[in-house]
Each structure stands twice: as C-alpha cells, then as structure tokens.
Design a protein around this ligand. Structure first.
Ligand code: ADP
Ligand code: MG
Length: 227
C-alpha cells in the first residue's frame, strides 16, 4: 500500500498531533481517577480494592504506552525544522531500541550512509522508533530487523525490513488507522503517528508485507545533501 493521498496542511497536522496526545492520555487517566475515588469508599472489601488497583495499574500502563508512541523524544518547541543527519538520527533510535530488541531476541542490523534532509529531529526519531519497534514486536521467536539508507540524486529512502509474522491484506489496508491493533496491549497509535510525521516532512511511504514472511517499510524524503 502507498501513502494515502489526503494531504493536510502541515501546521494542521502538527496541532492535530498535539491535540490527539492530550485527548488520548486523558482517557486512561480519567479511569484511574474514577477507581481511586471508588477506593476511598468505606465498605470496600480487600478483594474489590485489589481489583480496582489492578484496573488502575492497567490504565496507567496504557497511558505510558501512548506516551511512548507519541512523545518519546519530546522537547519544548518541537516544531523546529533543521537539517537532519539521517544516519545519526537513526543511530540514536537504534541505540535506544537495542535493549528492547535484546529482550525479544532480535538483532537490529543497520546499513546506514550519510544523507541530510530537512525536518524535525524529535519527530523523525519518533517516526522510526515506532516503525522499528513494530518490526521487533512482529518477531515472536527472534530474528533480525534491517535498517538501510539509500541515497538518490534528489531523495533519501529509509528501508526497515523484518522477518516477522507479516500482515494479511486486510491488516495491511488498515495500517495507520487509529486504534487498529492486533496486539493484546497495543495502542494502535504508533503507525498513525509515524504516517502523520512522514506527511509532515513531505515524505512518502510504501509498505509490503506477506503473512508469515515479514514486512518491509520504505520511507522516502526529499534530500538536502549527500553528506
Ligand atoms: P500497536 O503496535 O500498538 O499494535 P501500531 O499502530 O504501531 O499499533 O501498529 C498497528 C498494527 O499494525 C499492529 O498491531 C500490527 O498488527 C500491524 N503492524 C505494524 N507493523 C507491523 C510489522 N512490522 N509486522 C507485522 N505487523 C505490523
Ligand atoms: Mg506499535
């Protein structure tokens, strides 16, 4: 599948992203608040309290997962646009994901080369964090995720390939749809965030996937320089 043709104004995308974050995090926090208030009640058995506590903890975990999908690299004034060294930015993301990959018995194999594009570092890293993380999570019995950079005259393409469980046609068609998740504790927000960021940075993407074989995500941005 290819990038959807809907092209929003850039600032609109940025402010939408910010608005979605507070909206998404408010939901689980409201649930926690409700259960905390219930726990203050007088005639509550230990057993019920335990149940409420577990629900509250689940919801807090969900809030954390949402923050991971949106704001891992958050800094004030995230809208800053500057030249980004693709290889350095990807290295940062890969370093950050190594412990997570090790936990899953997954090796991240980078083939990077110098290239500069124009964009925002925080968003760029968040975008590839979500994509590579999905690759790692797709391999239940270990394997490798390959991250490669290809530079052209006018574009730079980042390819993330995994040997994981892949997706059906139906799943592939729903990739990036908010709340679409096949994972027990998935948010279904990571892919949407990645796609919004790619569009914001004038990029395009294609994804190929085969059930039981693996998935390849290709993201192309306009090139600023080959250094
Ligand atoms: P989450 O990871 O929280 O489930 P995402 O928005 O990141 O949500 O991804 C949505 C869904 O897309 C996943 O639940 C999974 O079914 C599918 N998906 C995304 N990337 C991959 C991949 N590399 N391999 C297989 N399935 C994937
Ligand atoms: Mg994800």
């Amino acid at each position: 599948i290819r990038s959807k043709a809907i092209k929003l104004e850039k600032m609109e995308v940025v402010s939408q992203l910010a608005a979605s974050i507070s909206h998404e995090i408010r939901n689980p926090l409201t649930v926690v608040k409700g259960f905390m208030q219930l726990m203050k009640g007088r005639d509550i058995s230990e057993e019920t309290k335990e149940q409420y506590m577990n629900i509250a903890l689940e919801e807090l975990n969900r809030a954390c997962a949402i923050i991971d999908d949106y704001l891992t690299f958050a800094k004030p004034f995230p809208e800053k646009v500057e030249p980004l060294h693709v290889h350095h930015e990807l290295e940062k993301v890969i370093d950050m994901l190594r412990p997570f990959a090790n936990m899953h018995g997954v090796q991240i194999v980078p083939t990077l080369m110098p290239a500069t594009l124009k964009g925002n570092g925080q968003y760029f890293r968040q975008c590839f964090l979500n994509i590579i993380k999905n690759g790692i999570e797709a391999m239940e019995s270990g394997g490798a995720v390959y991250v490669a950079v290809h530079v052209d005259e006018k574009t730079v393409t980042i390819v993330v390939r995994d040997e994981g469980k892949g997706m059906t046609k139906e799943q592939l068609a729903r990739y990036g749809e908010p709340y679409f998740s096949t994972k027990e504790k998935g948010t279904g927000l990571g892919a949407m965030v990645s796609i919004r960021i790619i569009e914001m940075m004038d990029g395009t993407w294609t994804m190929e996937s085969e059930k039981g074989r693996g998935t390849t995500m290709k993201v192309t941005f306009p090139l600023l320089s080959k250094k």
